[in-house]
Design a protein around this ligand. Structure first.
Ligand code: UTP
Length: 291
């Protein structure tokens, strides 16, 4: 397996989701009965990832607690004959290896990724934002990106999709050099949040990347950019001068769970996919008699 690690930045302020993020990290906000973060972790595991580096800010202990074994609770559940639940919580703590690194100063996504350097070392790794989930039919978006990474000499792959032209100003817009395969493009640049009139394309970066370890050298040299933050995009732009960087237009439905409407939509769509909930949810929506 060419990619063993996933780095998941979860240290952000989550201001768009206040007031809940005053007490609870947005990555731990539940989508029905699992934290948002766990959907990302499971997508990565399905894509072959074995170890996670979770970037946390001070005080975000809930994440660590969730992925730790709780032998006393397991034992209690078993003594009550609730083995099914004991097995369920045991699996959470054993499904992968988790490392935690604290980002002491919140200097942006690029800075968050750089904090993983000591754990990841010279390995290749996936980065998934801790507040972006995807629903998929067959192959997970992470698995699709890893395949594109392997097919293109283990060079950086930026994951994303085509967005509506008027929405490109919310994302990084890909400046394409050439299409190299189905859904795969070599890039000559990325323009962050451009006005639609000047955007090089409607191919948008959507919170998932695959890197080789050279990105760490670029991040170390990247000065603070927009908003005083160390921007991951600036480091990718600098890497692009030395080696090819690709974009892969992944298949799957992506939800920005750091945004209230995105989060709510994710909850509804997850419920509609679950056998235990979909009929009840459909009946409820029908009873609302919406136009
Ligand atoms: P966002 O762009 O959503 O930033 O980060 P944010 O600060 O969390 O949210 P708002 O804009 O204030 O509402 C994308 C991902 O990167 C992480 C976040 O936790 C989120 O999962 N992040 C961001 C870090 O880990 N460290 C940072 O310094 C910034």
């Amino acid at each position: 397996m060419s990619v063993k690690f996933a780095v998941i930045p979860c240290a952000g302020h989550g201001t768009r989701f206040l007031p809940i993020t005053k007490g609870v990290p947005k990555e731990m906000c539940p989508i029905i009965d699992k934290p948002t973060l766990d959907y990302i972790v499971e997508e990565c595991i399905a894509g072959g990832i074995e170890e996670f580096v979770i970037i946390v800010s001070e005080g975000k202990d809930d994440i660590k607690k969730y992925y730790s074994l709780d032998e006393a609770y397991e034992k209690e559940l078993r003594s009550l004959g609730k083995d099914k639940y004991a097995d369920l919580i045991h699996k959470i703590g054993t499904k992968a290896k988790f490392h935690y690194v604290t980002q002491h100063e919140l200097l942006g996504l690029g800075h968050a990724v750089l904090q993983a350097k000591e754990v990841v070392g010279n390995e290749n790794f996936v980065v998934c934002c801790g507040d972006d989930i995807c629903l998929y039919e067959n192959k997970t978006p992470v698995a699709q990106l890893i395949e594109a990474f392997e097919a293109n000499g283990e060079n950086t792959v930026v994951g994303g999709q085509t967005v509506a032209h008027e929405n490109i100003n919310k994302y990084g817009s890909m400046d394409v050099k050439r299409q190299v395969a189905d859904r795969t493009y070599e890039l000559k640049g990325i323009v962050e949040k451009p006005d639609p009139e000047v955007a090089p394309s409607d191919l948008a970066s959507l919170g998932k990347w695959v890197f080789n370890s050279k990105i760490f050298d670029e991040l170390e040299k990247t000065p603070r950019g927009k908003g005083g933050e160390i921007q991951l995009t600036d480091a990718i732009a600098s890497l692009m001068k030395k080696e090819p960087v690709y974009f892969y237009d992944f298949v799957g439905k992506r939800y920005d769970c750091g945004d209230k409407l995105g989060y709510l939509t994710a909850i509804i769509d997850v419920a509609l996919k679950r056998d235990d909930l979909k009929e009840g949810v459909k009946a409820h929506i029908k009873s609302l008699n919406l136009d």
